[in-house]
Design a protein around this ligand. Structure first.
Ligand code: FAD
Length: 315
């Protein structure tokens, strides 16, 4: 099923592996194998591979940094395209459009992007500091922190849709919601994003980027530990967004475990993979936390992290 794509990739010297372990590419380190894992190092390459995949009617899924997603334990029969930014020495994945807007490729990583923003005077995007992953992943899940999210800064994007057509869309097309957009569970792929910014000095942007990172490092479990960040969405209780981590802690569930997984001692909404957790462990811990919280408080916690089914569907 994937042999002709593999031959095409080989001819073009595009990096890929067959029957690839996906876990090592994910922050949670949870997942078995996927039929084909392709690393795309630019938006142009991502679009070219995607066209070939769609023309061949192959099942596919795009990931960025893999920091908000977990795969099933067995073989997932799909092509996974991993969006990365241009390698050093190639064309820059970001550029200024005018004095208040910029364009960035979806595979660019947040932290190097913020360094570029500082040196180009593009302020107001520092909320991304410390959020792992890529700009494409951040836009797809409407990532945010410090009271701001991608929905506040996104102007539009170039996408390749599920029919293989490249087109420009505006921010309305995203259907943004709290940690959600149509791309989170959809089939369309983000190639590049147009973002607005507020002009600021390099020193001010660098300072804010550093402060935000330090704030998070002081309050979250070590970023060296395998997790996907906040596992559950913060629920809306009587109209007020309430910390899921606090609810979990108040229910006495800190340090709860299932197989190789544990609720972090430092933060009730971080589930940590202690090295050998399976997807089955993750599903079990999720259900146990949800049941315990519902029994004690009546609150239904909703998962923020994305799962991938054995046939490659996100849910
Ligand atoms: C330690 C830690 C801290 C975190 N803190 C935060 C936080 O403060 N705030 C927050 O919102 N999140 C946080 N997260 C979660 C995660 O980092 C963010 O959601 C991040 O923006 C996901 O980006 P990614 O590139 O890793 O996406 P991935 O996990 O690779 O993918 C996420 C989703 O985006 C889709 N996607 C990725 N790239 C594309 C593309 N090019 N086109 C179309 N769809 C695409 C995927 O298919 C998937 O549906 C944290 C995670 C960790 C591990």
């Amino acid at each position: 099923m994937f042999a002709s794509l593999a031959a095409w990739l080989r001819r073009r010297q595009i990096a890929f592996s067959e029957n690839a372990a996906i876990g090592p590419h994910l922050h949670f380190k949870i997942g078995g194998t996927v039929s084909l894992l392709v690393t795309c190092t630019s938006a142009a390459q991502l679009a070219a591979v995607m066209k070939k995949v769609i023309a061949g009617k192959l099942p596919y899924l795009v990931i960025g940094g893999g920091s908000n997603i977990a795969f099933g334990d067995g073989l997932t029969r799909i092509v996974v395209l991993q969006a990365q930014a241009a390698a050093a020495g190639s064309a820059s994945p970001m550029r200024l459009l005018d004095s208040r807007s910029l364009e960035v490729e979806s595979g660019a990583r947040n932290q190097p992007f913020l360094s570029w923003c500082a040196s180009h005077g593009a302020g107001g995007l520092e909320f991304l500091s410390g959020i792992p992953g890529t700009l494409g992943g951040a836009a797809a899940v409407n990532a945010g922190a410090f009271g701001r999210s991608m929905a506040d800064v996104l102007l539009g994007a170039d996408i390749i849709d599920a029919q293989g057509t490249v087109r420009a869309v505006d921010s309305g097309h995203f259907g943004f919601n709290y940690r959600d957009s149509r791309f989170k569970f959809g089939k369309d792929t983000l190639l590049s994003l147009r973002l607005k910014f507020a002009p600021a000095s390099e020193a001010a942007i660098s300072r804010k980027t550093r402060e935000n990172l330090e704030y998070r490092l002081a309050r979250h479990p070590s970023y060296r530990l395998a997790s996907a960040g906040c596992f559950f969405k913060n629920p809306l209780l009587r109209g007020v967004k309430t910390s899921a981590g606090k609810i979990i802690e108040e229910c006495g569930l800190k340090n709860m475990t299932a197989g190789g997984l544990a609720v972090a001692a430092e933060h009730g909404n971080f589930l940590l993979n202690r090295g050998n957790a399976s997807f089955a462990d993750l599903q079990r811990l999720e259900k146990e936390i949800q049941s315990a919280v519902a029994a004690r408080t009546g609150i239904v916690l909703e998962r923020e992290v994305i799962y991938v089914s054995p046939d490659g569907k996100k849910y």
